[in-house]
Design a protein around this ligand. Structure first.
Ligand code: SF4
Length: 118
């Protein structure tokens, strides 16, 4: 059965920004295609988990069991952070990328690191 849930990882969401009442315990969901912060905050992330995580990702983008990074930025991230970005391996992106939730506390923490949250 097709999965019609919205994407859960920034840099790829085709959804327009949405505002969610903080009273609900959630944060506003940013425009992921104008962000990229979660793909650029640590050379240690994302790590591949399990035998088939990362299948389909070109070998030159993988290093020591994780995505290769240029500094803290994932080498698969294309574009300019805070302006326009996309994942070059979106269809095969690692599990941790799929599970990172746009609008979560972690999402807003990395956005704040880049000055993208007021
Ligand atoms: S693999 Fe794609 S989604 Fe995951 S950190 Fe890199 S650019 Fe972002």
């Amino acid at each position: 059965m097709p999965d019609h849930r919205p994407p859960t990882h920034p840099s790829i969401s085709p959804q327009p920004p949405q505002d969610i009442d903080p009273q609900d315990g959630l944060y506003a969901i940013p425009d992921c295609e104008g962000c990229g912060a979660c793909c650029s905050f640590s050379w240690e992330w994302p790590t591949l988990i399990g035998d088939h995580d990362g299948d389909g990702i070109p070998a030159y983008l993988i290093e020591d069991g994780r995505m290769r990074c240029d500094g803290d930025r994932c080498a698969a991230l294309a574009g300019t952070i805070g302006d326009s970005v996309h994942c070059r391996v979106y269809a095969d992106r690692p599990l941790v990328c799929r599970e990172f939730t746009a609008g979560s506390e972690a999402c807003h923490a990395v956005r704040a690191h880049f000055g993208l949250d007021e």
